[in-house]
Design a binder for this molecule. Structure first.
Ligand SMILES: [Zn+2]
Length: 73
């Protein structure tokens, strides 16, 4: 297993999503242009699964981070 995970953190909404690198919303950490202007948030990663969930715990102090409903990481 060497799936890569990315976390998108939205500063405005104080929330984020965990994605697999292959998710169409993640696009290997590039995101979709309409979502990621670089002003509203930031991509974190790539991580392996363990690293991703450690990072989620850290980020959850400031934001609501949930797994993406599309790629279901
Ligand atoms: Zn996703």
């Amino acid at each position: 297993m060497d799936e890569r995970y990315y976390i998108y953190e939205n500063w405005h909404r104080k929330r984020g999503r965990i994605h697999l690198s292959t998710c169409s919303y993640c696009n290997d950490g590039q995101g979709t242009q309409e979502v990621d202007s670089g002003k509203n948030g930031k991509w974190h990663g790539p991580f392996n699964r363990n690293q991703a969930f450690i990072e989620v715990e850290r980020l959850q102090k400031g934001a609501d981070i949930q797994p993406c409903a599309v790629c279901n990481p």
